[in-house]
Write a new protein. Structure first.
Length: 131
């Protein structure tokens, strides 16, 4: 049985999403995460119809698929160290967390812009990005 890669799916055109991915890449010393744009073929293969929701970050691990605030919290907590403390936010009901998430997501292009291309990364970092 093939072990599931830990994949972060994000809107490749979103400035905020790209900053989030860059933040995670820089702090993921163990190279735990892989990354895939919601616009790419990996998202279509692994998530099916979910990529139609371009305003949502998804996180796939061997336990399942997480979305929105739950995905972001699990991703950050997996970075370890001080970031483990963010797990406490899962105690806040998801409808409250996702209300805030949706508010930011609805304004993300206006606040953070839209990218025509991805951030330039080194060869080693690029190996963690899936199509």
């Amino acid at each position: 049985m093939e072990k599931t890669k830990n994949i972060v799916f994000y809107d490749g055109e979103c400035g905020l999403c790209n900053r989030f991915v860059s933040f995670v890449v820089k702090r993921d010393a163990k190279r735990f995460f892989y990354f895939a744009s919601l616009q790419g073929s990996t998202a279509k293969e692994k998530l099916g119809e979910l990529p139609q929701q371009m305003d949502t970050v998804f996180y796939l691990d061997n336990k399942g698929i997480y979305a929105k605030s739950t995905a972001a919290i699990r991703i950050l907590a997996r970075l370890g160290g001080i970031w483990n403390l963010i797990f406490v936010l899962l105690l806040v009901p998801s409808f409250i967390r996702n209300y805030v998430y949706d508010f930011v997501a609805a304004s993300r292009y206006r606040w953070f812009g839209k990218n025509d291309s991805c951030t330039v990364l080194g060869k080693e970092e690029m190996s963690r990005f899936l199509e």
